[in-house]
Design a protein around this ligand. Structure first.
Ligand code: AMP
Length: 508
């Protein structure tokens, strides 16, 4: 039998063809058998359009059941799935297509004309369309057979390329192998105890590692089911939980703050839930505590990134500690190094987090030098600053590039944000470094306050006076109604840095 490293494992895990894999918003149930049939038809279509093993299939469509089947079809055809955020403009898409040179570009019907012009210019072989309603040229797949002989793919062959830029810099294509995807999903399925009895509320986008690889691959490998939604609706989430229709939720931190805004979030409503998982951005310790108080559930926070899949997780059985991302997952090593010298630091000291394991990607697409510079003796340099405490829990203090260097001192934004968030009346805050003529960078705080709070810049300065060393105290404090966030809930500090870039210009 021909082995397709990832898909053979998915196929082997199918509990029964009539077992539900996904229930959609309109109540339609798609079974494992349906997933096999639709992905076979789509794989046949891709091959008919000229897709060969190793080719890239670029996809910029809204989340839908056929879109998920298209991911499986791409893997089955031995090709490389390349999902793109629907928020990208055509101009941005042009860069991805010219860099990745896909054989096929699947886009939303609305942009078909522009996409065709672009594809012709860039030599992309075929353009297909898929709309939210399932309509578009991909419906031609219905004419193809519902069986497909999966292409042979080994562990080191690519299964996906996900473009990532962090918050700045040119996007780079992270190359993920079949082994990266399979090993991480298997490890997480076991670590988080997913079984065929689970029903996941899947409300994350599927152009990102969290919703695509973590959520979908775990469910497939567990032979479990999901309520599959294109958006997260906290009211609907509570209704599903109360009705016992879901057992687990994977979310970004904003899912949890939005749930907490709902009076319906109670112990009773969540008593059938087995597990709440959070990641992709830091979960405020405050949110963790408030959620546990309201529901009795300790959210399990984990940490990962596009290049590595998941690296660390709070334990299933042991203490899930607020403000930490838990232990390195089985088979994965994490260490903290001095950002300047690269020397490995003892536990408790803050430095650069580096990881090694079967989850770590193969490199950046067509960027061998960039790839080489991001590895140190086999460890991937994540770009995240943090520490490992005496119990072995990893703490993230922020992205390296968000570190503020003021008057030669390092200021870790998270420490300052923690103090600001503790001031009564503050909902949340973001601390950034902004060019300053004397200090290099000036520590600057941007705060979201409660509506009825009477906070002022002066009152914040006063509250921090005895809490933080002088050099860590913000030189300026600004109030906003909300922080800019991307779809994964990450605060976009680059936007804040840009907004406030001139505030110290005339300070001398
Ligand atoms: P992405 O490649 O879009 O998944 O972003 C990865 C980055 O998100 C990581 O390098 C971290 O900076 C951040 N991140 C992911 N999970 C967490 C977490 N639980 N706590 C803090 N930061 C996180």
């Amino acid at each position: 039998m021909i082995e397709n490293h990832l898909f053979s494992a998915i196929r082997a895990a199918i509990p029964a063809m009539d077992k539900p894999l996904a229930r959609l918003i309109d109540g339609t149930v798609e079974t494992y058998g349906d997933a096999l049939a639709l992905s076979a038809r789509l794989a046949n279509l891709l091959v008919a359009r000229g897709v060969k093993p190793g080719d890239r299939v670029a996809v910029q469509v809204e989340k839908s059941w056929p879109a998920l089947a298209l991911y499986l079809a791409t893997i089955r055809a031995g090709a490389v799935y390349l999902p793109l955020n629907t928020a990208y403009t055509l101009n941005e898409v042009e860069y991805f297509l010219s860099d990745a040179e896909p054989a096929v570009f699947v886009c939303r019907p609305e942009i078909e004309q522009d996409a065709r012009a672009l594809a012709t210019r860039l030599g992309v072989g075929a353009v297909e369309t898929l709309g939210t309603d399932g309509k578009g040229s991909l419906t031609d797949a219905a004419a193809f057979p519902d069986t497909f002989e999966d292409a042979a793919r080994g562990p080191e062959d690519l299964g996906g390329i996900l473009y990532t830029s962090g918050t700045t810099g040119r996007a780079k294509g992270a190359m993920l192998t079949h082994a990266n995807l399979l090993s991480n999903a298997q490890t997480l399925k076991d670590y988080w105890r997913f079984t065929a009895d689970d029903v996941l509320l899947h409300a994350l986008p599927i152009f990102h590692t969290h919703g695509l690889f973590v959520a979908s691959n775990i469910i497939l490998l567990a032979g479990a089911s999901m309520e599959f939604r294109s958006k997260f609706d906290p009211k609907e989430a509570i209704a599903l939980m109360s009705a016992g229709k879901v057992t687990t939720l994977m979310g970004v931190p904003t899912f949890y703050t939005r749930l907490l805004d709902q009076p319906g979030l109670t112990r009773e409503a969540t008593k059938g839930m087995r597990l709440f998982i959070s990641g992709s951005a830091p979960l405020l310790a405050e949110t963790h505590r408030a959620f546990e108080e309201r529901t009795g559930h300790a959210i399990l926070e984990r940490y990962g990134m596009t290049e590595t899949g998941m690296n660390t997780s709070n334990p299933y059985d042991g203490a899930r500690i607020a403000g930490t991302v838990g232990y390195p997952l089985p088979g994965i090593s994490a260490r903290v190094t001095d950002p300047e010298t690269g020397a490995v630091l003892p536990n408790g000291e803050i430095g650069m987090i580096e990881v090694q394991g079967p989850n770590v990607f193969k490199g950046y697409w067509r960027m061998p030098e960039k790839t080489a510079s991001e590895f140190r003796d086999g460890f991937f340099i994540t770009g995240d600053l943090g520490k490992i405490d005496e119990k072995g829990y990893v703490h993230i203090v922020g992205r390296g590039k968000d570190l503020v260097i003021t008057g030669g001192f390092n200021v870790y934004p998270k420490e300052v944000e923690g103090e600001i968030d503790a001031i009564p009346g503050v909902i949340e805050s973001a601390v950034i470094g902004v060019p300053h003529p004397d200090f290099g960078e000036g520590v600057t705080a941007v705060i979201v306050a409660q509506k009825d709070a009477t906070l002022t810049e002066e009152s914040v300065h006063r509250a921090l006076e005895n809490r933080l060393a002088k050099f860590k105290q913000p030189k300026r404090v600004f109030f906003v109604s909300e922080l800019p966030r991307n779809t994964m809930g990450k605060v976009q500090k680059n936007i804040l840095r840009d907004t406030y870039k001139d505030i110290y210009r005339n300070v001398a």
